[in-house]
Every structure is written in structure tokens, then in C-alpha cells.
Design a protein around this ligand. Structure first.
Ligand code: NAP
Length: 259
């Protein structure tokens, strides 16, 4: 299926590794020119080169912390009017809410709620003028099924979800859609670091926890970043203009509810 986005431009945040990189790869495969960001310059340049070589599109690498004003300014300077925006950043650390002071909450809100909202604000009106825009926020399955030790993530991402639920209904008439992708367990560095955190707490090895968690999933495995990237590319396609304000859970069936 031709997704009808060849020649479009995308700003994909936090995309040197993991799910963000997979989104950039899938979009590039569809002929989209991508601007990617991450804090670490070396991994970012390596990802950019890999995408260029694989798909022959224009790839611009912009180092910076997307949760800061400066990081967003440089990303938007490189890609001021994207047709596609993929919002992503690292997730907040796990822990006990008794340990989190105001600064910890402000940091989590900055990364996983306020940064995506400010990026949407920066690009959405030009998408509306051009009558095409696709915005995808990478959130978490924890929005539907909270993970107790990821309270910072549960809280901040739910705030973003509420905001998007309202805005997305007012932009769709201009062919500008805003949706959230909710990853369950995907095989990335982030997932592995969560297992290492829990392994220490439970007196088990990270390998034991990894095996048990994969076995507990109805799919008996973790998702692959490529599966995630392809779902993102579909939501960014020309054909997906009637899908907005949705929260698409990609979790191998782990969420047990009917809806
Ligand atoms: P990952 O493999 O650790 O990759 C994170 C990417 O984001 C890296 O490229 C990293 O590069 C970049 N990044 C992190 N913080 C950034 C910042 N402040 N500014 C710019 N770039 C930043 O993580 P992932 O598994 O892809 O996770 C992506 C998002 O999905 C996270 O928010 C995570 O919490 C969420 N999630 C993941 C899973 C899962 O199973 N993988 C499940 C639920 C939710 P630098 O470190 O160099 O900046």
C-alpha cells in the first residue's frame, strides 16, 4: 500500500534509538524527508546515516534536548513547517512517589506533556493552512493501564492525552490529525533498563525478568521497534485523515479489557 506521503517532511523527536528511530525509518521508507533529534550526537549521526543509506531520503540530524526551550528552538529552526510531527522523549525514571519532589514532577511534565504540547503549538497552524498534517505522540500503555512504579509517566502522559483529546477534534476538518501511540513492551534500551531497575528490587536477574515478562504477554514476546514504526507511518499516511484523537495500544494483547 502506498501511504501517499512521498516528499513530505517530518520532525521525529528523540529518534537516535528505539521507537523514535523506528518511526523515522518507516517514514523514510515511504519517501518522507526526516529531521531527527536526540541528545547524544554520535548515536544521532549514526542513525541519520543509516536512514539515508537505507532509503535515500534527506535526513537532518539535530542534536539537542527536546524537553528544553533551546532543544525545541534548534529542532524547529531545522524543520520549521513539518507535514508530520512525531513527539517523543525519554520516559521519566521509575520509583516510589514518596521520593518525588516538585522538581521531579516538573521534569516529568516538561518531558512528557509540555514539550509535545509546545511542539504541536509551533507547527499545527501551518499544517492547517496547508490542509495536511499528521501528529503522532508516543505515550505509553500506562495511559490505559498504569504501572505503579512509573507514576511520573502515568501522570504526565495522561495530561498530554487529555489535551490531545480536545485539540484533535478541532483540527481534523483541516486534514490535520493528532493521535497517540501507546507502546506496551517493545524491545528497546528503555525496556531493558526498566528490567534492570526491577531486578535489583526483586533480587532476580534482568534476564529472568525479561523471560518472565515476555512469557506473560499474550503474544509471548515483546514488540519489535519496526512494528511500532510501521503503525506510526500508517497514522501519518494520506489515507488516515479520518482517524484523530485516538489512543492506539500496541501491546501484543496485554491490556485485558474489551475496549
Ligand atoms: P530508548 O530506546 O531509550 O530510546 C530513547 C531515544 O530518545 C533515544 O534516541 C534517546 O537519545 C532519545 N531521547 C531521550 N530523551 C531525550 C531528550 N530529552 N531529548 C531528545 N532525545 C531524547 O527508548 P524507547 O523504548 O524508544 O522509548 C521511547 C518512549 O516510549 C519513552 O518515552 C518510553 O518511556 C516510552 N515507552 C517505551 C516502552 C518500551 O517498551 N520500549 C513502553 C512504554 C513506553 P539520547 O539519550 O541520546 O537523547
Amino acid at each position: 500500500m502506498d501511504l501517499g506521503i512521498r516528499g513530505r517532511t517530518a520532525l521525529v523527536c528523540a529518534a537516535s534509538k528505539g521507537l523514535g528511530k523506528a518511526c523515522a525509518m518507516s517514514l523514510a521508507r515511504e519517501g518522507v524527508n526526516v529531521t531527527i533529534t536526540a541528545r547524544g550526537k554520535d548515536a544521532l549521526e549514526a542513525a541519520a546515516e543509516e536512514i539515508r543509506k537505507a532509503f535515500g531520503v534527506k535526513v537532518t540530524a539535530v542534536p539537542g534536548d527536546i524537553t528544553t526551550e533551546e532543544g525545541r528552538r534548534t529542532a524547529l529552526a531545522a524543520c520549521p513547517a513539518p507535514d508530520i510531527l512525531v513527539n517523543n522523549a525519554g520516559g521519566p525514571p521509575p520509583g516510589d512517589f514518596r521520593e518525588w519532589d516538585r522538581d521531579a514532577w516538573v521534569k516529568a511534565l516538561d518531558a512528557n506533556m509540555i514539550a509535545p504540547i509546545l511542539l504541536i503549538r509551533a507547527v499545527v497552524d501551518r499544517m492547517i493552512e496547508r490542509k495536511f498534517g499528521r501528529i503522532v505522540n508516543i505515550t505509553s500503555g500506562a495511559v490505559k493501564l498504569p504501572i505503579p512504579e512509573l507514576g511520573l509517566s502515568n501522570g504526565a502522559r495522561t495530561g498530554l492525552t487529555g489535551f490531545v483529546a480536545g485539540l484533535s477534534r478541532s483540527t481534523v476538518k483541516h486534514n490535520v490529525t493528532i493521535n497517540n501511540l501507546l507502546p506496551g513492551p517493545f524491545d528497546t534500551d528503555r525496556l531493558r533498563s526498566n528490567f534492570e531497575f526491577n531486578a535489583k528490587k526483586l533480587g532476580k536477574t534482568a534476564e529472568e525478568l525479561t523471560r518472565a515478562r515476555a512469557e506473560a504477554n499474550p503474544a509471548k514476546r515483546f514488540g519489535t521497534p519496526a512494528e511500532f514504526g510501521d503503525a506510526c507511518a500508517y497514522l501519518c499516511s494520506a489515507q488516515a485523515g479520518y482517524i484523530t484523537g485516538q489512543n492506539l495500544l500496541l501491546d501484543g494483547g496485554a491490556y485485558p479489557g474489551t475496549l
